[in-house]
Design a protein around this ligand. Structure first.
Ligand code: NAP
Length: 314
């Protein structure tokens, strides 16, 4: 009988019980339990844990821990907490998550593309006024990040007729996508964007990356969608770009502090759409099946799934 697998999440996490149930159902041969259901001897045997924003002090209660499987795709906090620990990090890579994100990218791109914020403002002012229609073929959606989520989003945007450009650290060749790579090519990517979509991980390199200098390189009247992490954007620079009209609109799903505090300017700004971090929720069923497959392979072969690169931080 293999050792139990603790599921460790933040103490106030509302979905701990459904996750435990979904994970247990996906791997009936395993014993998935909350950490406090294990005594010291059982904890001493655990090699792996399944985690969702765990308290690092709880991970430290597992002396034999070799790896953690995160239920989330973004792992910047885990990377920070485990930076100097030998414990390996596996993040969730789920095609369903990528499809859900791609759907959100397409939905909010269309919202901006068809000028919905502008027509909503006109309605509020009882204003009957039409604006020129621009075809998607004549607009470029620029993706910051061409990873799991960026690639799936590119496919949806291409199918909807948009021109698509994308930026990554290593150079990519994606049919139909104009690919840029590395810091030197960021200005060219930004200059290509009618709608800029951020799908980057939060790392020391990407923190505050969208600052006044970067935003100044966008076309006048461009729009921004941030579905990645709040701290990638310099909020003061964003506000200034919106107020000056340099940026027409920002769709923000992620913030430095979440939930977004009531006093924050984004709530009331007429050119901002605030979303409560819902662009790509993890699907419990598909995610649990992927975690289960990774655990099964580890039990059978001892092989860990693809690990997060702690040096690179994603
Ligand atoms: P991923 O597969 O690791 O892809 C990350 C992409 O960003 C890669 O293309 C990578 O380049 C690029 N990148 C990283 N650092 C870079 C840098 N310094 N310069 C240029 N490009 C850089 O990640 P993913 O699965 O697509 O997820 C991306 C992020 O989305 C996650 O980290 C998470 O924060 C966020 N997310 C948000 C939600 C939500 O609901 N809002 C849900 C899930 C995930 P290379 O290809 O060269 O490595």
């Amino acid at each position: 009988m293999s050792s139990a697998i603790p599921f460790i999440c933040a103490p106030d996490y509302a979905f701990a019980a459904p996750w435990l149930a979904a994970l247990q159902a996906a791997m009936p041969q395993e014993h998935i339990v909350a950490l406090d259901a294990l005594d010291a001897a059982q904890r001493a045997e655990c090699e792996l844990a399944i985690v969702a924003n765990p308290d690092p002090r709880e991970l430290a209660m597992l002396p034999q821990l070799k790896w953690v499987h995160s239920l989330w795709a973004g792992v910047e906090r885990l990377v920070e907490d485990l930076q100097h620990s030998p414990v390996e990090i596996v993040r969730l890579v789920d095609p369903q998550l990528a499809e859900t994100m791609a759907e959100a990218v397409l939905a909010w791109t269309l919202y901006l593309h068809r000028d919905m914020p502008r027509y909503a403002r006109q309605q509020a002012a009882s204003q009957w006024l039409e604006h020129d229609y621009v075809r998607p073929q004549d607009k470029t959606v620029a993706l910051l990040g061409l990873g799991e989520l960026g690639m799936a989003s590119a496919a949806r945007l291409l199918a909807a007729g948009f021109q698509v450009s994308g930026w990554s650290r290593s150079r990519k060749a994606v049919p139909g996508v104009q690919c840029f790579a590395g810091d030197a090519q960021l200005p060219a990517l930004l200059a290509s964007a009618d709608i800029l979509v951020c799908l980057l991980p939060l790392t020391p390199e990407t923190r505050d990356m969208l600052d006044a200098r970067a935003l100044a390189q966008l076309k006048p009247g461009a729009a921004l969608i941030n579905f990645a992490r709040g701290a990638i954007i310099d909020d003061n620079a964003l506000r200034a770009a919106l107020d000056s009209g340099k940026l027409a609109h920002a769709v923000l799903d992620v913030f430095r502090a979440e939930p977004l505090p009531a006093a924050q300017w984004q709530w009331q700004h007429p050119q901002v759409s605030v979303l409560p971090h819902i662009s790509a929720p993890t699907n419990r069923r598909t995610a649990a099946a992927i975690v289960a497959a990774n655990v099964r392979r580890y039990r059978e072969t001892g092989a860990l799934p693809a690990r997060v690169d702690k040096q690179r931080r994603y």
